[in-house]
Design a protein around this ligand. Structure first.
Ligand SMILES: Nc1ncnc2c1ncn2[C@@H]1O[C@H](COP(=O)(O)OP(=O)(O)OP(=O)(O)O)[C@@H](O)[C@H]1O
Length: 244
């Protein structure tokens, strides 16, 4: 459940349509109150070590919210997340610093994941190479704000994947990379999975999900529609989208 401040709680302020939206924008009265967004409802599942689990569903269906709750970033309003061991935060969404160079972000990102400095030095070149940001010019020394969204996603993925995680969350990273990067990252995910962690992949690319995951959770409107073997769930999801 998210609480949105200043979004207005009453019916009058939340009506649909362009006229209502314009009226809200020009209204002198600032809407106060808190609106609740029920992002994930009654979802229950057990994830095991060594599994790669895909999360699929329409935009806004609750995939990222569910992962944030699993990672302990978002305390659930009700319900509980039980984990064996400490789920490490799973850096793909880690906020890197836009004004710092990619290279500086590699160091900071690794330290933030708890890597000792000597290990950071050891992994540094591999991370930059894996990210491929220096393939087309020396982008590594430029501030991250100059990167395309795909390049930034690749760097975040490369940093996160340099460490083995108890639980690794990957949110769309594969969809933004080009074909070469996608291949490298899929191989890396498989490696991470073999190191006995659990991998969660949120993606709108059914192909990435099919190539990477053995189990899929399908969410719509915050509810779990299906939980099962990849082929079964992705096929049902594709049928659902055809009918839309
Ligand atoms: N910080 C927030 N405050 C308020 N509402 C939020 C917040 N983040 C997400 N939501 C709402 O929660 C719901 C689920 O969002 P979420 O980002 O989990 O969806 P998603 O399935 O990951 O979507 P997408 O495929 O578009 O990335 C949406 O209705 C969204 O508007």
């Amino acid at each position: 459940m998210y609480r949105v401040q200043g979004a207005g709680g009453g019916k009058a302020s939340s009506g649909g349509g362009a006229t209502a939206a314009l009226a809200r924008m020009f209204s002198r009265k600032r809407s106060s109150g808190v609106r609740k967004v029920h992002a994930v409802k009654g979802v229950s599942f057990t994830a095991y070590r060594g599994e790669a689990i895909g999360l699929i569903g329409s935009n806004g269906s609750g995939k990222s919210t569910l992962l944030r709750a699993v990672a302990g970033l978002l305390p659930p309003e009700s319900g509980t997340v039980y984990t064996a061991g400490q789920p490490s935060l799973l850096g793909v969404n880690a906020a890197l610093m836009n004004d710092l160079s990619g290279e500086r972000n590699v160091v900071l990102g690794c330290l933030a994941m708890g890597m000792p400095p000597e290990q950071v030095r050891e992994k540094y070149d591999d991370i930059l190479e894996f990210s491929g940001i220096n393939e087309k010019g020396e982008f590594g020394s430029l501030p991250m704000r100059t990167y395309s969204s795909g390049m930034a996603a690749r760097l975040r993925f490369a940093i996160a994947a340099a460490k083995s995680h108890d639980v690794l969350m990957i949110d769309e990273a594969l969809a933004t990379g080009d074909a070469g990067f996608r291949k490298r990252s899929e191989a890396r995910i498989r490696e991470l999975q073999e190191k006995a962690g659990t991998v969660f992949l949120v993606s709108h690319s059914n192909k990435s999900i099919r190539d990477t995951c053995d189990r899929v959770l399908w969410l719509e409107h915050g509810e779990l529609i299906m939980d099962g073997p990849t082929d079964e769930v992705v096929t049902a999801y594709q049928e659902f989208n055809k009918k839309k």
